[in-house]
Design a protein around this ligand. Structure first.
Ligand code: LLP
Length: 437
C-alpha cells in the first residue's frame, strides 16, 4: 500500500491519519467521511513552493477547482501560494476566506458578466482571457465601471498532446479553451489585447492537461510558449513578463502509477524557460504554475462503511458501501482506479478478491473493480485513498444523497470543515407552487 503524509498503521492494526484512528473518526463523524491530512497538505504546499522558488522568479497558485472550502483556502494562503479560480462561487469562497485577492487568477472559457464584475469588484490579481468575445466584453465592462489597468493574461492553446484521458486534456488545438497558437489567432489576440485602453496585458497562460506522469510535455510546452514570447517581441516589439504554464502533475492512485516529483517538475520547467530565454535573447519571464491534484489529492481519504454483499457464482463478489458516485464520480466518469484497504483490518492479509460497489441506482456506480481486501464484512470501514482532488468538488446529490462531512485532522485533533448535509438541506431549494399544496 502507498501511504502518504501522516498515514500509518497503529499498533491496533487500524489506519491512522493525523495521529487519529480512522475507525474512531468514522464512529464520531459518521460515514461516508472525507478526511483531510492537514500536515500532509501543508507539506505539499511547502514542497511545491520551495521547489519553484529555488529556481528563481516563480509563483505557485493552487487550482481551487480541485478542492475548495474556507479552511482549505486558509491553509493554502498561509503558505504564500496564490489561487486559480474558475467561477463566481470559487471567487466568493476565496474572498470570504480572506485570501489575498491580488494573488487570485480568474480562469474560464465563458465567464459571465456578473462573474467578471465580481472579479473586478474584489480586485482579483489577474483575469485570464480565453477568447476574443471575452477580451471585448471585459474591456467594455471596465470602461463602464471606469476601471483602468486591470491586469490580464491571454490563455493560449499550444497544441501539446499530454497523453492523459481525453476529457482532461486541454492543450490540444481542437479544444474549447484559449487562443489557438498555430493559426495566428494567438498573435492577433495579443495585438488586440495591447490595443485595449482599460486592460494591461501582463502575461500568457496555457494548461495542457491533468494527471500527467512524464515531464516531456511540460518541457515541450515551455519551449513552445517561450518561442511565442520571442515572436511577440519580434512582431509587436512587446515583452511578455509573466508566463503561466498551468497545472497537471500526476499523482499515485493505483499500482503501476509512476508520478514525478515537484522537484523534477520545477527543474524541468524552470530550466527550459531559462535555456530558451538565453537562446532566444529575450528576458526570462516570471513563471507561474497551477497545481491542484498533486497538492490536495494524496492528502484526502474517504471512509465508508461496508454493508451488503452479493456473490455472482463463478464471476465475482460485490461488496457495497454507503457512498459511491455521488461523493466520487471519477470511476464512473473517467474509469479512474483507486486503492483501498479495510481501515479496521489494516494489518491483515488482503486475500479476498472483491469489487466495491456504491449505493447509487445504476450499474456504473462502482468504486473499484477486482481489488484484494481482507475478508470484508458488514460494519467494516473501507478507506479509499487519494480522494482529496476532484471528489468533494465534483460531488452531487444524485439519488438525493446528502453530501458527506469533511474533517481536517492533525496531531491528534479532528475538526469538521464541511458539515454533513441533512435531509433538510436536500429539500432546501425545493419550492411548492401554491396550486400543488
Ligand atoms: N489550471 C487549469 C487552467 C486547469 O484547467 C486545471 C485543471 C489545473 C490548473 C489544475 O490541474 P491539476 O494540477 O489538478 O492536474 N475533473 C478531472 C480533472 C480536470 C482538470 C481540469 N483542470 C479529474 O477528476 O481528473
Amino acid at each position: 500500500m502507498h501511504y502518504t503524509g501522516t498515514m500509518r498503521i497503529s499498533d491496533k492494526g487500524h489506519l491512522e491519519i493525523g495521529g487519529i484512528d480512522s475507525v474512531d473518526l468514522a464512529k464520531k463523524f459518521g460515514t461516508p467521511l472525507w478526511v483531510i491530512d492537514e500536515n500532509g497538505l501543508r507539506d505539499n504546499c511547502r514542497r511545491v513552493k520551495n521547489a519553484f522558488d529555488s529556481h528563481g522568479d516563480a509563483l505557485v497558485i493552487y487550482a481551487s477547482k480541485t478542492l475548495s472550502n474556507m479552511a482549505i483556502l486558509k491553509i493554502v494562503a498561509s503558505h504564500g501560494l496564490g489561487l486559480d479560480v474558475v467561477s463566481g462561487g470559487e471567487i466568493y469562497t476565496a474572498h470570504k476566506a480572506g485570501f489575498p485577492m491580488e494573488k487570485v487568477f480568474f480562469h474560464g472559457n465563458n465567464k459571465s458578466v456578473e462573474e467578471l464584475i465580481l472579479a473586478l469588484t474584489v480586485n482579483v490579481g489577474r483575469i485570464v482571457i480565453d477568447n476574443f468575445y471575452e477580451l471585448n466584453l471585459l474591456e467594455e465592462i471596465c470602461e463602464k465601471l471606469n476601471i483602468h489597468g486591470q491586469e490580464v493574461y491571454l490563455r493560449i492553446t499550444p497544441g501539446v498532446d499530454a497523453h492523459t484521458h481525453d476529457f482532461v486534456k486541454t492543450g490540444l488545438i481542437d479544444s474549447k479553451f484559449g487562443f489557438t497558437l498555430t493559426d495566428g489567432q494567438a498573435l492577433k489576440g495579443v495585438k488586440t489585447a495591447l490595443e485595449k485602453e482599460h486592460l494591461i496585458l501582463a502575461g500568457l497562460h496555457c494548461h495542457i492537461g491533468s494527471q500527467i506522469f512524464t515531464l516531456e510535455p511540460f518541457q515541450h510546452t515551455a519551449a513552445i510558449m517561450m518561442k511565442f514570447l520571442y515572436d511577440i517581441k519580434q512582431d509587436l516589439g512587446f515583452e511578455i513578463r509573466e508566463l503561466d504554464l498551468g497545472g497537471g502533475l500526476g499523482i499515485y492512485y493505483f499500482a503501476g502509477d509512476e508520478p514525478s516529483t515537484y522537484e523534477k517538475w520545477a527543474e524541468t520547467i524552470m530550466n527550459e524557460v531559462a535555456k530558451q530565454a538565453l537562446e532566444l535573447g529575450i528576458t526570462k519571464p516570471k513563471v507561474i504554475v497551477e497545481p491542484g491534484r498533486s497538492i490536495a489529492g494524496p492528502v484526502g481519504t474517504t471512509l465508508y462503511t461496508v454493508g451488503s454483499h452479493k456473490v455472482v457464482e463463478g464471476i465475482r463478489k460485490y461488496i457495497a458501501v454507503d457512498g459511491g458516485m455521488a461523493d466520487n464520480p471519477r470511476p464512473a466518469l473517467y474509469g479512474s482506479k483507486y486503492s483501498a484497504i479495510i481501515a479496521n483490518k489494516a494489518n491483515q492479509t488482503a486475500d479476498e478478491l472483491v469489487s466495491v460497489a456504491g449505493k447509487c441506482c445504476e450499474s456504473g456506480d462502482m468504486l473499484a473493480w477486482n481489488v484484494n481486501l481482507p475478508q470484508p464484512e458488514a460494519g467494516d470501514i473501507l478507506a479509499v485513498f487519494a480522494t482529496g482532488a476532484y471528489n468533494y468538488s465534483m460531488s452531487s446529490n444524485y439519488n438525493r444523497l446528502p453530501r458527506p462531512a469533511m474533517v481536517l485532522v492533525a496531531d491528534g485533533q479532528a475538526d469538521v470543515i464541511v458539515a454533513r448535509e441533512s435531509y433538510d438541506d436536500i429539500i432546501r431549494n425545493d419550492r411548492l407552487p401554491a396550486r400543488l399544496e
